[in-house]
Design a protein around this ligand. Structure first.
Ligand code: NDP
Ligand code: MG
Length: 387
């Protein structure tokens, strides 16, 4: 790397992506300096991280936690809530948004408004607010560098090209298929929480792990790719690739398909987003090829995993509908994680919630918060009445 020290904020620092980002930072003290962190419930862990990295700012979710942090480390500036999260995004040159769910939106908007690079793991913020995010992006010096492995792969495969370039035909997202790949609709009625939390190739936080088991994660990623690369969902395809070694591909009009390959290790896309335009010399995802490597591909089973078609339909209608999809899914996944509904009820609850959506082009952040609240209320109501 060059000899400049980049100031980094890691929002969602206590989670799976947050902790892996810290591993990258520990290896690159000459290039990266952690200045701001934020998290949710794991306050003790945040205090420990703040001491280890001598951070300047911490974001917490409530006043009681602010006092707790202040009592332990009085020199550190503590900010609270969504406004705090948004303000932290302007303290750094690179903002890693590793918050889970809708709660990550202020971090995305704050980074884009401040002109920082947004190293984006929080796909939900891009999905729910695509029209708003893209209008802020249009007036901003910021760039978004995706951490989500598929989008990071496409970023690399496009190199200096863009999806809008006439030589690019389509984007192909790979999906592991999750723990229930190959199961029939009737077998899927019996699956348990424990099984849903056993991802075959990646170790991740609980929400995205459940999303991977329903393929809603891939549906959200189709919407994420559409927003990120400015392309319609109909130029994005999904292929099941159980080994999670090919992380995604770009097909060009002459028939060439360019892929990015590596071991499934999130430190690689995290490091990529932190180092660009350079690369760190750590080779986290390197493939040795000293032993046989089998790569296989198959089409997704859209009947057994209806979340995928649902996401495409939502993407075609656009406006605030993706916000409804994401909100209803968050509520349904929480209900599944807390034992209130069965796995096979998650996607039908999302679909039934969407039936109440009335088209709206989504022109303001206030409207987005209203849509989010209404979709959540509808989904909760359906869950209460679920058999
Ligand atoms: P985790 O559940 O492991 O971590 C979520 C983080 O968000 C935690 O630090 C949590 O804090 C924090 N958080 C939750 N609510 C708030 C809030 N209101 N304000 C501030 N912080 C909050 O999730 P992951 O790390 O797995 O995922 C994070 C994001 O990255 C998701 O959007 C996911 O889709 C995406 N992603 C993750 C991948 C992975 O490999 N894990 C791969 C690709 C994308 P606390 O724990 O202290 O409550
Ligand atoms: Mg992904």
């Amino acid at each position: 790397m060059g000899d400049t020290l980049r100031r980094v904020a890691v929002l969602g620092v206590t989670g799976s992506i947050g902790q892996q980002t810290l591993e990258v930072l520990r290896r690159e003290p000459e290039s990266l300096r952690l200045v701001s962190i934020a998290g949710g419930r794991r306050v003790e862990e945040m205090i420990r991280i703040a001491r280890e990295f001598s951070v300047e700012q911490i974001g917490v979710t409530n006043e009681a936690d602010r006092e707790k942090v202040h009592a332990e480390i009085p020199d550190v500036n503590v900010v609270v809530g969504p406004e705090g999260l948004e303000s932290l995004a302007s303290t750094a040159e690179v903002v890693v948004n590793a918050v889970v769910g809708f709660a990550g939106l202020p971090a995305t908007l704050g980074a884009l408004r401040s002109g920082a690079r947004l190293a984006l793991a929080n796909k939900e913020s891009l999905v729910v607010a695509a029209p708003l995010v893209n209008s802020v992006r249009g007036n901003s010096l910021s760039e978004i560098v995706p951490i989500d492995s598929e989008h990071c792969a496409i970023h690399q495969c496009l190199a200096n090209s863009s999806v809008g370039h006439p030589t690019v035909r389509r984007l192909i997202l790979t999906a592991s298929g999750g723990p229930f790949r190959g199961r029939s609709v009737s077998e899927l009625r019996e699956v348990t929480l424990e099984e849903a939390l056993q991802h075959p190739t990646w170790s991740m936080g609980p929400k995205i792990t459940v999303d991977s088991s329903t393929l809603m994660n891939k549906g959200l990623e189709v919407l994420e790719a559409a927003a990120l690369f400015g392309v319609s969902v109909d130029r994005i395809d999904v292929v099941i690739h159980p080994q999670s070694i090919v992380h995604s591909m770009v097909e060009y009009i002459d028939g060439s398909t360019i892929a990015q390959l590596s071991q499934p290790d999130m430190r690689l896309p995290i490091a990529y987003a932190l180092a660009l335009p350079e690369r760190f010399d750590h080779a986290w995802g390197a493939l040795s090829f000293r032993e046989a490597v089998d790569l296989s591909f198959e089409p997704p089973n859209r009947d057994a995993f209806p979340a995928l078609n649902l996401a495409y339909a939502v993407g075609r209608r656009g406006g605030a509908m993706p916000a409804w999809l994401s909100a209803a899914n968050e509520v349904a996944v929480e209900a599944f994680l807390s034992g209130h509904i069965a796995w096979h009820q998650i996607v039908p609850i999302v679909e039934e919630t969407l039936a109440h959506y009335v088209d709206d082009p989504l022109t303001s952040i206030e409207a987005l918060y209203e849509h989010d609240a209404e979709a959540r209320a509808r989904a909760r109501d359906l869950i209460r009445r679920a058999p």
